[in-house]
Design a protein around this ligand. Structure first.
Ligand code: GTP
Ligand code: MG
Length: 627
């Protein structure tokens, strides 16, 4: 029965502790067997998620509290994956909003809360990380609650939503309390260390909102794929029920014309969530969240209906992409030597499959038939996809991300973001200059006075999305690695004018061969090297950053002339200093419009789009005009 089900999700800014909390909800509800060693952040099951320590995909699971089944969706907190969160909210009726006691509400808190309020969810506030030392003095916890309350009001929450229950938690140790005064005692080991208070509040959340009618009605919130059963439609059963083998109507749309399109199929298999697993069931009932298979063409937003009388639901809309990146087949000289150098059709199909399961992405052709434009939400979203494709053994190239403009009445408008930066006060001048240099406008300057800590400030800027490309590493350099930055799309404005990207040029290999320490030793005086000795390079490959603003073609493979007589033992030993190995993300931030990143399973190389040194200009203005 639907009354014995609660459908909830965890929402928060990145790293505020959602996945950690879900671990303990599982443990304390007895989802894992006593002897089962499940490790930390079990919902982050994907390899990349574990490596990066962030949630990328929203994931469903369930646990039982008495005879009530709790379906829970753990959502990603990073802004680039906001599209996931938006559509997940349609499936649930309640949300646990986590806010870091010290940081307070952050940009993504606002974004997810806004969506939760719009969807009419009942919200429980979980002030998390109350164990942080900085929180122990002063009134950080109360400030966090006040600021969150203000945010509810500002975002137009109704009275009932504003009257949210609060727990004060340390998700990492699996405890919470409704009484903030109890926190010191519990930390001293003098109080109950469990999530009882939160579990009780979860049971008080409303049962699933359903519709009347005996026939199946489901809105497809996500499409999953397994090699074993093929495509699976994920969603909440809004009305009726469905038995295995029953006929279903899929109300979709024609992708090219956008016209309504229907299709009949048999529900081949049904799955429901039990713990973290998908368990095959014979029937799915109203209110439950489950998976239906039997059709190849499921699309997010489709309505699945038991018969013709069932109303077709409004399709899920997600905000349109703000950034795009060109994906190209690998045209470099070493193509195919380290992985599978795919043809353009294969590249297109691989990207199309990705877009299929993620409506916040869009794929468009370009004027070149071996290049495709992928439109999405941000640099991290692209970097994750690139890393995934690379691990599948593929070789390809990507260009510098650029923003997606909107045209309204013939006026070019660009996406604008609100950026929140928390940093030690001493760097605020440098950071302000960095942001202003990218057309950022300072909107707020707030002192974050935390006892026992050097003075920190929070700066809020409005800045074109364009200005944020490549800012992360520069911001971290300016703040000596200590600053926190996050951003959120707030709308579109008229184009703000030119923003200079990197001012430095590239050091470029002028011939093929293996690099030598001897050659690199001389080159390193010009700037910073990205590679060391013994690396095979090709003409047009970038090996470092030139300190000046022009490109410089260099011979990196030059060897010292061999002589018959060796001089001293130390002769010829050169020490290369400070080689800057760029990660994929760093490469994406660094490159210019006339450069590519070549991605293979083994290497990430930077190169010029035009390889032959005599075919390209070294002056920046000329180069970027050409491209
Ligand atoms: N001190 C402290 N750290 C915590 C607490 N809860 C979580 N953390 C830490 O915060 C970090 C982020 O936790 P996650 O659970 O991955 O956060 P998340 O909200 O799921 O992050 P995303 O899914 O990437 O948005 C981890 O290093 C946790 O160990 C807490 O109560 N206290
Ligand atoms: Mg997480």
């Amino acid at each position: 029965m639907a009354t014995n089900i609660r459908n909830i999700c965890t929402i928060a800014h990145v790293d505020h502790g959602k996945t950690t909390l879900v671990d303990f909800l599982f443990r304390q509800s007895g989802t894992f067997k006593a002897h089962q060693d499940v490790g930390e952040r079990v919902m982050d099951s994907d390899d990349l998620e574990r490596e990066k320590g962030i949630t990328i995909l929203a994931k469903n699971a369930s646990f039982h509290l008495g005879d009530t089944k709790i379906n829970i969706v753990d959502t990603p907190g990073h802004a680039d994956f906001g599209g996931e969160v938006e559509r997940i909210m349609g499936m649930v009726d309640g949300a646990i909003l986590l806010v870091d006691a010290l940081e307070g509400p952050m940009p993504q808190t606002r974004f997810v809360l806004q969506n939760a309020i719009k969807k009419g969810l009942k919200i429980i506030l979980c002030v998390n990380k109350v164990d942080r030392p900085e929180v122990q003095h002063g009134d950080a916890i109360q400030q966090c609650v006040d600021k969150t309350f203000d945010l509810f009001v500002e975002l137009g929450a109704n009275d009932e939503q504003c009257d949210f229950p609060i727990v004060y938690a340390c998700a990492r140790e699996g405890w919470c309390t409704e009484d903030p005064d109890q926190v010191p005692a519990i930390m001293a080991g003098e109080g109950p260390r469990n999530l009882e208070a939160l579990l009780k509040l979860i049971l008080k959340l409303p049962p699933p909102r359903t519709r009347s009618g005996a026939s199946l009605q489901m809105l497809v919130s996500n499409v999953l794929y397994s090699d074993y059963v093929g495509f699976m439609a994920l969603g909440k059963i809004l009305a009726g029920s469905i038995k295995r083998g029953a006929p279903v109507i899929r109300h979709g749309i024609d992708e090219t014309t956008g016209a309504a399109k229907r299709e009949n199929f048999m529900a081949a298999r049904l799955y429901s969530f039990v713990g973290m697993e998908q368990k095959e069931v014979q029937e799915l009932n109203v209110g439950d969240i489950g998976l239906i298979t039997g059709c190849e063409n499921f699309k997010i937003g489709d309505t699945l209906a038991g018969d013709d009388a069932v109303e077709v639901l409004e399709r899920i809309e997600v905000e349109s992409p703000t950034m795009q990146m060109i994906f190209s087949i690998n045209t470099s000289p070493f193509s195919g030597t380290e992985g599978t150098a795919i043809q353009s059709r294969q590249l297109f199909e691989r990207l199309r499959n990705e877009v299929y399961g993620n409506p916040s992405l869009r794929l468009e052709p370009t004027d070149k038939n071996d290049q495709f434009s992928l439109l999405g939400r941000g640099e991290l979203q692209f970097a994750i996809l690139v890393e995934k494709m690379r691990r599948e053994g593929l070789e390809f190239m990507i260009g510098r991300p650029v923003v997606v403009y909107k045209y309204e009445d013939g006026v070019r408008k660009e996406p604008i973001e609100r950026v929140t930066l928390d940093l030690p006060e001493c760097y605020s001048g440098d950071v302000t200059r960095l942001l202003q240099g990218r057309r950022g406008v300072l909107m707020m300057y707030e002192n974050l006075n935390l006892a026992g800590k050097e003075p920190w400030v929070r700066l809020i800027f409005e800045i074109p999305t364009r200005g944020l490309i490549g800012i992360q590493s520069r911001y971290l350099t300016v703040t000596r690695g200590s600053g926190v930055i996050s951003h959120e799309l707030i709308g579109y404005k008229e184009h703000c004018g030119v923003i200079a990207n990197r001012t430095s040029g590239s050091l470029i290999a002028d011939r093929t061969g293996e690099t030598t320490a001897y050659a690199l030793n001389q080159i390193q005086e010009r700037g910073v090297l990205f590679i060391g000795e013994g690396v095979t390079v090709y003409e047009g490959m970038i090996i470092g950053e030139n300190a000046k603003d022009v490109d410089l073609n260099v011979n990196a493979v030059r060897g010292k002339k061999l002589t018959n007589i060796r001089t001293t033992a130390s002769d010829g030993i050169v020490i290369l200093q400070g080689i800057r190995k760029l990660s994929l993300e760093a490469c994406i931030e660094w490159i210019d419009d006339d450069e590519w990143i070549e991605v293979t399973p083994k290497s990430i190389r930077l190169r010029k789009k035009v390889l032959a040194s005599n075919m390209r200009s070294v002056r920046k203005e000329d180069r970027l005009k050409d491209s």
